[in-house]
Design a protein around this ligand. Sequence first.
Ligand SMILES: O=CC(=O)O
Length: 328
Amino acid sequence: MPAAVDIKQSSETLPLLLLHRFPSFELSFFPVLKTKYTVLDLHADPPGPSFPILSKSVRVMLCVGPTALTSEDLDRYPAVECVVGSSAGINHFDLAACRRRGIHVTSAGDASSDDVADYAVGLALDVLRRVSVADRFVRAGSWPFQKEYTLGSKVSGKRVGIVGLGSIGLRVAKRFEGFNCSIAYNSRKIKSHVSYPYYANVGDLASNSDILIVCCALTNETFHVINKDVMRALGKTGIIVNVGRGALIDEKELVELLVRGDLGGAGLDVFEHEPYVPEELFSLDNVVLSPHNAVITLESFAALEELVLANIEAFFSNKPLRAEVELH
Ligand SMILES: O=CC(=O)O
């Protein structure tokens, strides 16, 4: 499965870095990496003769995007001590295996939290005010002929429930405060630094919300945390926005409720089996679909690149890592 080696022999003393990424997804900092480290590129083509030997001494793995990192992957690289991730969500890493081996893991931290929070608000606005529908209407040339419109729904003053009040959730809350919305939240634990009402039960939060924003981490505990009952509690006028991970919501139930009109609408940036999106959603005007786009801005990528490079350098110079993940 290792495909290639791209070795810069600028200095034998520089340690190795294994780059684990999608093919043809060249980020601007890859050339910088290659000037500083001997970069083994798992997905480049063709394979190089030194790969099998060099890969045994790789100490840092850089995992770009949602490339899964399994226990078997780690077994192939016995010298790995640090996994540098490039996303905020790290459900695609086998964290238990990292913990067993004492491997440090870093994430994107809050490099893209502002952008994801902005996007969550944008999706809610779009669903309620039907911006994408209006755009399609104009582009289809319907404006001169059709005089009847489906009414949108006001955003200001709505009750916003946030599932996961971490760095993204807190930013979502601040933004909706600007719309005079009331905020409440659910998370693993009550947050003493905020005064928003806390609901230990997601269903209770949904019952008391008009807009439910899902932005918690995907773990074994939060898989399908938004189930049929929670969505029923949100009700026929409630809308749900997911900028976390697809599997936080029971997607099959979500689709059924939306198709039957038992849920008010949805703004979805993530899906359970990306890039597959259930086709039943395509014809629903109360649903806004987006291809895992919330982090994709110039600014997020710049912050991410800075963080990734800093963490690699910190590891090799025995300095503290940033955005290190606590492995329980
Ligand atoms: O989805 C994107 C991320 O987790 O950073």
